[in-house]
Design a binder for this molecule. Structure first.
Ligand code: 7TS
Length: 427
């Protein structure tokens, strides 16, 4: 498989400090993404909606094409070559994901349709089994709806209470309030690692330690962290972790739920059917061990295999170097956007990942999005599936630019230039 070409940094004097991708490396990596070579409304595409979904490198696209052209066969059932090879490649992704996240075992990696399904799985199985009337579930005020609504609905069903850690004006968790709310009544904590609407990186290691001191399990929504930083699940010690393949430069329709084996063993299955059973009679069914127990039916085989290719691609670059480069882009973008007096940034926490939400005096975010599109710039305008955050800041919506390692300072200059055009139009 073609690996990305990187500069040799082995002679770097300080080996322990992560060296960000160089601008030249970022440019070379950008060439791996065919979709970025197009023009939109006669302008070169500047893709800045990476928090919604990332583009796919040629190796991932080729992996899918090759699979269907030459390798298609179902997994776990056939005794013929195509099926055996598919099964091997499918399971290889589990190993790659476990390694990328430093999970204790590949058996703790469950394939789902995405982050949303992963969180629903935990709410429907762990939640329905272990949450009782009078219990509390603790989330934060900056959750994506995917890490809010499943817990809210579970609370409604069980007569439990949803507690919410408020956020500060800068868009950080109010840790004093977290300490106040984290009592022995809380039976589950579900928290986002990185906010998709604000960019805040939450102190999840501290939160996990505090929760574990009270024996409370913690689910981390890693949809916005896994693609943009190195994650070490054993160091974090979280109980569950979820991410989406399509935000990690892989295909849509596949995602991952990590769960500690002790929980996966104690949880009932999520769905019933083929592949998740040990034995079936009309009287009784026994279930397979995790992860198969949670993977009923024919899975997204091509997508899972191509997710493995995306993991290879990112691992070869280094997620720590990707994160460091994206942090540089964020710092550059923040400084440049603040040159425009009409810009108000939403989410100004000191610890942020590459997400820049903003509003403009006098212009609705949807107008910003539409005008920027005419300039070839793709960014998101809306509530980002986090309506409570918009309510917190008293806004209907924000415009949001979110960065990837294939973005460059030129992309940000184009964004700033286009925002200046919007300011002129509306003021
Ligand atoms: N959690 C977070 C923090 C997210 O940002 C998203 C998607 C999800 C969960 C759900 O992921 P899915 O792949 O299951 O849909 N966030 C966004 C976004 O910011 N714009 O579009 C989708």
């Amino acid at each position: 498989m073609a690996q990305p070409v990187l500069d040799d940094i082995s002679s770097s004097p300080v080996q322990s400090v992560v060296s960000p991708l160089t601008d030249a490396e970022a440019l070379r990596l950008r060439a791996d993404f065919p979709v970025l070579r197009q023009q939109v409304h006669g302008k070169p595409l500047v893709y800045l909606d990476n928090a919604a979904t990332t583009q796919k490198p040629q190796v991932v696209i080729d992996r899918i094409t090759n699979y269907y052209a030459h390798e298609n066969g179902t997994v776990r059932r056939g005794v013929y070559k195509l099926s055996e090879q598919s099964t091997r490649d499918f399971d290889a992704t589990r190993v790659k994901v476990a390694k990328m996240l430093n999970a204790a075992s590949p058996s703790e990696i469950i394939f789902t349709r995405g982050t949303t399904e992963a969180i629903n799985l935990v709410a429907a199985t762990y939640g329905r089994t272990f949450i009782q009337a009078g219990d509390e579930i603790l989330i934060s005020g900056m959750e994506h709806h995917a890490n809010l609504v499943p817990w809210q609905q579970l609370c409604l069903e069980k007569g439990a209470t949803l507690q919410v850690v408020p956020i500060t004006d800068a868009g950080e968790l109010d840790m004093a309030e977290l300490d106040r709310l984290l009592t022995s009544k809380v039976k589950f904590v579900a928290i986002g690692h990185v906010s998709n609407a604000l960019g805040t990186v939450n102190p999840i290691k501290t939160i996990i330690e505090k929760a574990h001191a009270l024996n409370i399990p913690v689910l981390v929504d890693g949809a916005q962290s896994a693609p943009h930083m190195a994650v070490d699940l054993q160091a974090l010690d979280c109980d569950f972790f979820a991410f989406s393949g399509h935000k990690l430069y892989g295909p849509t329709g596949v995602g991952v739920l990590y769960g500690k084996m002790k929980h996966l063993e104690a949880m009932p299955p999520y769905q019933f059917g083929g592949d998740m059973i040990h034995s079936v009679s009309f009287e009784k069914t026994t279930f397979a061990k995790p992860p198969a127990k949670f993977e009923a039916g024919t899975p997204a085989i091509a997508e899972v295999i191509a997710l493995g290719t995306a993991v290879d691609y990112l691992t070869a670059i280094g997620l720590d170097r990707i994160g460091a480069y994206e942090n540089e882009l964020l710092a550059y973008a923040t400084a440049r956007m603040l040159e425009i007096p009409e810009v108000r940034l939403i989410g100004t926490a000191p610890e942020k990942a590459g997400i820049l939400s903003f509003v403009l005096q006098g212009a609705h975010p949807h107008d910003i999005g539409t005008i920027l599109d005419r300039e070839g710039i793709a960014l998101r305008a809306g509530h980002h599936c986090a309506q409570p955050i918009m309510q917190r800041f008293g806004l209907p919506a924000t415009a949001r630019a979110s960065f990837s390692f294939y973005n460059t300072r030129d992309d940000i200059d184009a964004l700033v230039q286009a925002v200046k055009v919007v300011v002129k139009l509306f003021n």
